[in-house]
Design a protein around this ligand. Structure first.
Ligand code: ADP
Ligand code: MG
Length: 759
């Protein structure tokens, strides 16, 4: 230990010191760490203090690694091992601040203010020189800081365990992130099957135990885990609440809303829209699908979702105290085949065997109706954090059939929050006469956080005081934000958003020629549906109060758990879904011909014939798209079917039957059979090529060999006629085997009504 005459290290290089505290959020830090801090400095518990006089680059970080307080300081005193008189006094060092950035200073002010309110410490600690050191050694005889204004003394704390003190290198080292990279095959399937709601905002697991379904509480005692993955300041991957805590302070390295991106090609309009809205970097992955940048690595959305699933799985295992490697996972009803396949892949990366992929509205309906033998038509109104979905289901005994579905992928709780944030920032400008310092991310994150809190509180009460002291410093004076928000104000801000959800409901009903009177019950699902305004507007729109039978946050996971439970029991359920978006094939000129129409009940099957267009042709390709547009550029590219190994023969003589089969869980299988020999031709569904390449080929008219092949049946003199013929061929020559129609639902009901059968 250096003596009191130690020079303050004018020429000494500061040591980088990062202290990781155990608090997950800024609020928790303020609440619990205030005792350690004063305006002048901070006491850090450590058994390995730096010598007195050591100049420091100081960073106090949250548990997730994000910096909360940043600045420079110098070690002023050292607290040795606990003296006998104070057995609870922790060893550590007192650090005097010599410089703090504005945000850090504001945060320190906030903590000191809290401490003062609690009467824990005197207001302003006497300025340096420090009168006496807590360890009893003589005070330094010189003012500690020749350049800074005399700073107050560091606070002292009497707490038990040391803080984690780390010496940091000049720059963050390149560390492998240790992301899940290969599927983990399940060797011994677990007894337990959990239901998992993999949400845009929050994910959650449920299980049925002793006949009772319930949601599994997460580590922090919440019922849900935020679906967020982040890279913290120490270059570690954090998931869930820890990741959420740095959403605004470190937005570039925090991935939220992976659910919107998973299984989508990078160059689709939706992905480009998301790119414009989210601060993290979205890049084209290996195979043309969207991926994200985390630090220096390109990470797939499957990997991101796998991390969330792994977290949920860990939560379940800890709770159940047994291995969990089987799950029923829910997805939005409108998810296409690639998105579903991507979720399966994510689950495999997380070591989960997917027993079923289940549509969210169906899950909510299961939570509502399981075992109740109802005969009803219900509308599931799901307003989550970022998306809105509405689906109509017909329930008849144990058969659950989705008959119509729709939604808005950019309408959810965050939009409500944003309106409150706007209001609070306007209020700031009114009272301070200056715009809010938007570049101060810590301050902004506090406002966003307060807005969401206010919104949720106003679901229960009619007024909520927002109090955010020390948001910024102006002319050396801390400035805060105080506002009393009322429910009426929130209603005025939010009404247009709720009205938009009702427009979607209207469309979803209209698609099936239904009116509001045809709906027996409305089920409200998703956290944002807890807002009373939603209840009121929904009740007015449907002419009936929504059902109170399901919990909005839990229904989806509970439904998944019930389905999981039914798989192993005699009380089977039959789930019938419709195809949410049409499936078609690419034609020359970038067009798409629909093969299976939207809202076709599943399972569905379509078959048609093709023939070759060139002599000796041994292979051709068929690009598959999903969407309602006739233009390939506006549809989601699913993959390319490549038929290889055709027997060489004259053009038009080699005939191929192509079959589209939408089987269990809406997974698409495309098969091809060569008819001359009766031999099955191997068909490879390839997503390798990527959307851009497939589309380019189509637009150049070169890629749609299949369409050309079809023209073999219809010799056409000019390209336009040839295209028409191609379209006719694609739509025409259908399989004599009965395809799926509305009648199939009834048939399935008869077949499986009493059996354990769930798609
Ligand atoms: P997702 O399905 O997108 O994962 P959730 O169903 O978990 O999302 O909904 C999260 C949203 O619900 C958030 O925007 C949150 O603020 C909002 N929310 C949660 N509780 C309430 C409440 N009591 N009142 C209003 N909104 C709420
Ligand atoms: Mg949800």
């Amino acid at each position: 230990m250096e003596g009191p005459n130690d020079k303050r290290g004018g020429g000494r290089r500061p040591v980088g010191l990062a202290v990781r505290l155990s608090y997950g959020t800024i609020d928790e830090l303020v609440e619990r760490f205030a005792v350690n801090i004063s305006r002048g400095g901070v006491f850090i518990r450590t058994r390995d203090p730096k010598p007195v006089g050591t100049p420091l680059h100081l960073e106090l970080r949250l548990a997730g690694g994000e910096a909360a307080i940043r600045g420079e300081g110098v070690v002023r005193w050292i607290q040795a091992e606990a003296p006998a008189a104070h057995p609870r006094r922790a060893p550590g060092m007192g650090i005097q601040f010599t410089r703090l950035d504005d945000a850090s200073r504001a945060l320190v002010e906030r903590m000191v203010e809290l401490k003062e309110r609690r009467g824990l410490a005197p207001g302003v600690v006497a300025p340096a020189p420090i009168a006496a050191r807590p360890d009893g050694t003589p005070a330094p005889t010189r003012a500690p800081s020749p350049r800074a204004t005399p700073a107050p003394a560091p606070a002292q704390a009497e707490l038990a365990a040391p803080h984690r003190v780390e010496q940091v290198a000049a720059g963050p080292a390149r560390v492998e992130l240790g992301l899940p990279a290969t599927p983990q095959p399940v060797a011994r399937p677990s007894r337990a099957i959990v239901g998992i709601d993999l949400g845009t905002t929050n994910s959650c697991a449920a299980v049925v135990k002793d006949g009772r379904p319930y949601v599994i509480p997460s580590r922090e005692g919440h019922n849900t885990v935020p679906s967020i993955v982040a890279l913290n300041a120490r270059h570690r991957v954090v998931v869930g609440h820890l990741a959420k805590a740095q959403l605004l302070t470190n937005p570039k390295a925090t991935v939220s809303g992976a659910k919107r991106l998973i299984g989508r090609a990078w160059d689709t309009p939706v992905v480009q829209e998301i790119r414009a809205k989210f601060p993290y970097e979205i890049v084209p992955g290996d195979d043309g699908v969207a991926a994200v940048r985390l630090g220096e690595e390109t990470v797939t959305l499957e990997q991101i979702s796998a991390l969330v699933l792994r977290e949920v799985r860990d939560v379940a295992q800890n709770h159940l105290r047994e291995e969990v490697n089987r799950a029923v996972i829910t997805v939005p009803a409108y998810y296409n085949e690639r998105q579903r396949a991507a979720v399966r892949h994510a689950a495999a990366l997380a070591g989960l065997q997917v027993e079923r992929i289940l549509n969210e509205p169906t899950a909510a309906a299961l939570a509502y109706a399981y075992g109740r033998h109802l005969n009803q038509r219900v509308l599931v109104y799901d307003l989550g954090g970022g998306t809105f979905d509405a689906s109509v289901l017909e329930l008849s005994d144990n058969v659950y059939e989705v008959v119509s579905t729709g939604g808005d992928t950019f309408l959810g709780g965050v939009d409500f929050d944003n309106r409150i944030v706007d209001r609070l920032l306007a209020r700031w400008e009114e009272t301070t006469g200056a715009p809010f310092p938007g570049e101060d991310r810590v301050a902004l994150s506090r406002v966003v956080d307060a807005a969401e809190r206010a919104k949720c509180a106003l679901s229960e009460r009619s007024e909520y005081p927002v109090s955010l002291p020390y948001l910024a410093l102006r002319d050396g004076e801390p400035v805060g934000l105080e506002a009393l928000l009322t429910r009426d104000e929130l209603v005025a801000l939010a009404a247009p958003l709720v009205d938009r959800t009702l427009d979607v409901c209207r469309e979803v009903l209209l698609a099936k020629g239904l009116g509001t009177k045809d709906i027996d019950e409305v089920l409200l699902v998703g956290g944002q549906s807890r807002m009373p305004l939603v209840h009121e507007k929904v009740a007015a729109f449907f002419g009936r109060a929504p059902s109170h039978a399901v919990h909005p946050d839990e229904a989806v996971a509970i439904g998944a758990a019930l389905l999981a439970h039914s798989l192993g029991s005699a009380e089977g359920v039959v789930l019938i879904d419709v195809l949410p978006m049409s499936i078609g094939i690419g034609l020359p000129g970038g067009r798409v011909k629909k093969i299976i129409e939207r809202n076709t009940p599943l399972p569905a099957r379509k078959q048609y014939g093709l023939s070759t267009t060139r002599d000796g042709q041994t292979e051709f390709e068929l690009a598959v798209f999903q969407g309602e547009s006739g233009a390939a550029a506006e549809c989601e590219y699913l993959g390319t079917l490549r038929l290889e190994g055709l027997p060489p023969g004259p053009r038009g003589m080699v005939k191929i039957a192509v079959g589209f089969e939408l089987g269990a869980e809406c997974l698409l299988t495309v098969t091809a059979r060569e008819l001359n020999t009766g031999r099955e031709v191997r068909a490879v569904m390839s997503a390798r090529e990527g959307a851009a390449a497939a589309r380019r080929k189509l637009e150049q008219g070169g890629g749609a060999e299949a369409a050309k092949a079809e023209t073999g049946n219809f010799p056409a003199p000019d390209p336009a006629a040839r295209l028409q013929a191609a379209a006719a061929a694609a739509g025409g020559d259908e399989d004599p085997v009965p395809t799926s129609t509305g009648a199939l639902g009834g048939l399935l009901r008869k077949l499986f009504g009493r059996r354990t059968e769930a798609r």
